[in-house]
Design a protein around this ligand. Structure first.
Ligand code: NAD
Length: 288
């Protein structure tokens, strides 16, 4: 590491709280080292009250940019100069790029999700998706899928704090894209089952299946799935969630955890900062 850092090293940040557990610094610094790029990526504990100062520092220190996570993904928007269209529709940013003092906000979770499918040579353009969840991940997935040409999205949520966001996501998709989105309650199991049955892909972005809900799945009956569909869980710890077990029991061929999405959202940010492809297979071999 010390051999790599000199007077020309360019800083990229990660601004969130809590954030010390994040894999992103390991992912990006190993990718910089592998490609011989003179960047360093550091995590900073940034709460909302420190956010404006942290964004000013991107310009002052001539940083190349930053990743942004909770609780700053929405709050950072007023401090930026421009937003990429997907970030604007999501109302959230996870990546900032500094071009000579002009800060642009991007969201790479949705593009990472779509890229993880195209890596498997799976194309959901023109297809129907049933999506559970309208939080940060669910919003990015829904918006990007709609922008990329998914024909229909049936969005399911429980009536918690994210319900309002689910209403917003459906409205924005219908107004701003050619995708047809509808909102459904997760409490209506018959409706949920029927929508999954007529979909090419079911994606769970709720975090059910991850600690402390690792023994749970929103779909318990393998008969709800058909073999030629895609079943995708955004959770990556554990590697095989209860949902994935149910899908495998149903004989579904294309069953995924969130690892591909996680790596690809990082790779998309890496490309925005460096204009280089992240060496994904190498990073996967180091981290997993
Ligand atoms: P969030 O808190 O913003 O949203 C959570 C969503 O799940 C909301 O829609 C909420 O209504 C719903 N929900 C919560 N508890 C539920 C329950 N018991 N039953 C049904 N629905 C429930 O969270 P987020 O940031 O969107 O993250 C969600 C999941 O996606 C997490 O598991 C996270 O690890 C994962 N994630 C993965 C990646 C990746 O790159 N693979 C990226 C972001 C998030």
């Amino acid at each position: 590491m010390t051999e790599r850092i000199d007077g020309h090293t360019i800083l990229i940040g990660l601004m969130a709280y809590p954030i010390r557990h994040s894999m992103s610094p390991t992912m990006h610094n190993n990718a910089f080292a592998k490609l011989g790029l003179n960047y360093v990526y550091l995590a900073f504990d940034i709460t909302n009250d420190k956010l404006k100062g942290a964004v000013d520092a991107i310009r002052t220190l001539d940083m190349r940019g930053s990743n942004v996570s909770m609780p700053n993904k929405q709050k950072i928007i007023p401090y930026l100069d421009k937003l990429d269209p997907a970030a604007e529709l999501c109302g959230a940013v996870n990546t900032v790029v500094n071009d000579n003092g002009i800060l642009t906000g991007y969201t790479t979770d949705g593009t990472g999700f779509m890229k993880s499918l195209s890596n498997e040579e799976l194309n959901i353009h023109g297809e129907k998706m049933t999506l559970a969840g309208a939080g940060g991940a669910g919003t990015a997935i829904a918006i990007q899928a709609a922008l990329d040409g998914v024909a229909e999205i049936s969005l399911f949520n429980i009536r918690d704090d994210s319900w309002e966001n689910a209403i917003r996501n459906v409205k924005i998709i219908n107004e701003k894209t050619s995708c047809k989105a509808t909102l459904h309650s997760l409490e209506d199991k018959d409706d949920f089952k029927n929508e999954i049955a007529s979909s090419a892909i079911y994606c769970d972005s709720t975090g059910v299946g991850m600690k402390p809900l690792e023994d749970m799945t929103l779909v318990e009956d393998p008969a709800w799935f058909h073999k030629d569909m895609i079943v995708y869980d955004t959770v990556y710890a554990p590697r095989t969630t209860k949902l994935m077990e149910v899908a495998k029991k149903a004989g579904v061929e294309h069953v995924f955890n969130g690892l591909g999405m996680m790596l690809e959202q990082g790779a998309e940010a890496f490309k925005l900062w460096t204009n280089e492809e992240m060496p994904i297979e190498y990073i996967k071999s180091l981290l997993f």
